[in-house]
Design a protein around this ligand. Structure first.
Ligand code: NAP
Ligand code: MG
Length: 496
């Protein structure tokens, strides 16, 4: 896909932008007459007005999903047929890669090259991975006396609502859709208000792939209206949520206030990148640390936003990290050479700049970046920013910034590093850089997080689970473990 910047801009100008809910196999006129604005964050222009679904639209989606589930058209379809349809769905995502990538960039300002080579193929791989898994998971037969046989089977929970964020719109949706659809559920997807386009478009692609109507419904809308309606709905059996810890807490309340629906929560993080004095390759560590915080402009749940480094190597390492930070220039996300795009909204830009001020006010020192960039574009760009002399109790070390801002915390030794790494309400991911096998094992054990990377960062495959400890959530996305969230266990006793 070798388009020039001008060609991408031309495509952006004429791209059809879906704006209506996708219910029961087709775009519908919403019952709610409200809309919300979608803004291209690289220039601040309103590019579409999208239906803001309310409780009535959500109810229509739930009724369609329930009817499809009860009919058995998907839930009881033979696993091999489900597999075939999901594999075709995955292929269609790839065939529409350029179109979907453009929708992501227009919604969230991420570099088109990343959307094209990262987000969309990754979403397609996720669907394919779960499609392939469908006929490769088995139930159990318990050891019992000979007058009885006990089968332990997993059944789909029924109607699943997937409520997802804007940072990797399609990819985060796929992490829910893959396991939920593969296990036979019907799904209602609520994309973030900042990023509805790709979610709505794949409704049509799912139908084209052969997914029966009603099995996948998509309701664009605001969190406190459409998201809340899903959370409180008496006929939604399960919520797969990715987003902030605050909203994750609301979903637990919604569940308690309604029908005890099952919930999986993938929430925020404040991931430490720990570099011990025995690290063997500071160049490699510095490169990885910079990528760990500046990818996707730092708008990543597992962004490695805390650099926890031993004092003996701090200056040497920081110099290298700063070199990466200053070399990385924000640019037009529709330019294929751009590596750092914009922040998603004016609101997030203000939030990120507010944190930079808070760090400065608390006495930390800015050693790279620190400012808004490309103001003349009308868009929301921030320079890659590095703080030194951060104390782990400061706001910039405790709270999730969700922007390209790294806080450097200097520690005295291994134990100190582990204490700081764990001194967080979050526990999503962590990395440790060390040349010592012993320290690698000790750190991997000591750090309370759902994923620990040793001498690397952000490695992942669909066969390894992803998710958090502590207030980073519970339940896991990816891997066969994710299928547990969308199924219930049933024990069946056959007396002979
Ligand atoms: P968010 O504000 O929590 O929103 C996530 C989703 O919840 C959106 O669809 C949102 O709709 C909806 N929502 C908001 N308020 C709601 C409410 N009162 N009731 C029901 N639903 C509601 O998160 P975000 O700003 O989109 O994304 C950033 C956050 O997501 C960060 O904290 C990040 O760490 C986390 N995240 C975690 C992971 C992970 O895998 N652990 C991955 C990506 C992001 P609206 O868009 O309309 O508000
Ligand atoms: Mg939000």
């Amino acid at each position: 896909m070798d388009l020039t910047t001008a060609e991408w801009h031309e495509r952006a100008r004429i791209a059809p932008l879906p704006t209506k809910p996708f219910i029961d196999g087709a775009f519908m006129d919403p019952i709610s007459e409200e809309t919300f604005d979608c803004v291209f964050p690289a220039d601040g222009r309103v590019i579409a007005k999208v239906a803001s679904c309310d409780g009535r639209d959500v109810d229509a989606a739930v009724r369609s999903a329930r009817a499809a589930f009860e009919s058995g058209v998907w839930s009881r379809m033979s696993p091999l047929d489900r597999r075939k349809i999901l594999l075709r769905f995955s292929e269609l995502l790839l065939e529409h890669r350029a179109e979907l990538a453009l929708l992501e960039t227009l919604n969230v300002g991420k570099p088109i090259t990343n959307a094209l080579n990262g987000d969309i193929p990754s979403a397609a791989s996720c669907i394919a991975w779960y499609a392939e898994a469908i006929d490769k998971v088995y139930g159990e037969v318990a050891a019992t006396p000979s007058d009885v046989t006990t089968m332990i089977v997993r059944e789909p929970v029924g109607v699943v609502a997937a409520v997802v964020p804007w940072n990797y719109p399609l990819s985060m949706a796929a992490w829910k859709l893959g396991p939920a659809l593969a296990t036979g559920n019907s799904v209602i997807l609520k994309p973030a208000e900042q990023s509805p386009f790709s979610a709505l478009r794949i409704g049509e692609l799912a139908i084209e792939a052969g997914l029966p109507r009603g099995v996948l419904n998509i309701v664009p809308g605001l969190g406190h209206i459409a998201g809340k309606a899903l959370g409180l709905h008496m006929d939604v059996d399960c919520i797969g949520f990715t987003g902030s810890t605050e909203v994750g807490g609301y979903f637990m309340q919604y569940s308690g206030q309604s029908n005890m629906k099952r919930i999986g929560l993938e929430l925020g993080g404040k991931s430490p990148q720990v570099v011990l004095a025995d690290c063997e390759d500071l160049d490699q560590a510095a490169k990885s640390i910079a990528a760990g915080i500046f990818s996707n402009a730092g708008q990543v749940c597992n962004a490695g936003s805390r650099l926890v480094v031993e004092d003996k190597i701090k200056d040497k390492l920081l110099e290298k990290v700063i070199a990466h930070a200053t070399a990385l220039k924000p640019g037009d996300p529709l330019d294929p050479s751009t590596k750092l795009g914009s922040i998603v909204t004016q609101e997030q830009l203000t939030r990120v700049l507010g944190y930079i001020d808070a760090g400065r006010d608390a006495g930390a020192s800015i050693v790279a970046g620190g400012n808004q960039a490309l103001k003349e574009s009308g868009g929301y760009f921030v320079e890659p920013t590095v703080f030194d002399a951060v104390d782990n109790s400061m706001k910039i070390a405790q709270e999730e910034i969700f922007g390209p801002v790294l806080s450097t915390i200097t520690v005295k030794n291994f134990d100190d590093a582990m204490t700081v790494a764990n001194d967080s309400t979050y526990g999503l991911t962590a990395s440790v850089w060390t040349g010592s096998l012993k320290n690698a094992h000790r750190a991997a054990q000591a750090i309370r997080a759902g994923v620990v990377w040793v001498n690397c960062f952000d490695r992942g495959q669909f066969n390894a689970p992803f998710g958090g400890f502590k207030q980073s959530g519970f339940g896991r996305d990816k891997s066969l473990h994710a299928m547990d969230k969308y199924t219930d266990l049933k024990a069946v006793w056959f007396a002979h």
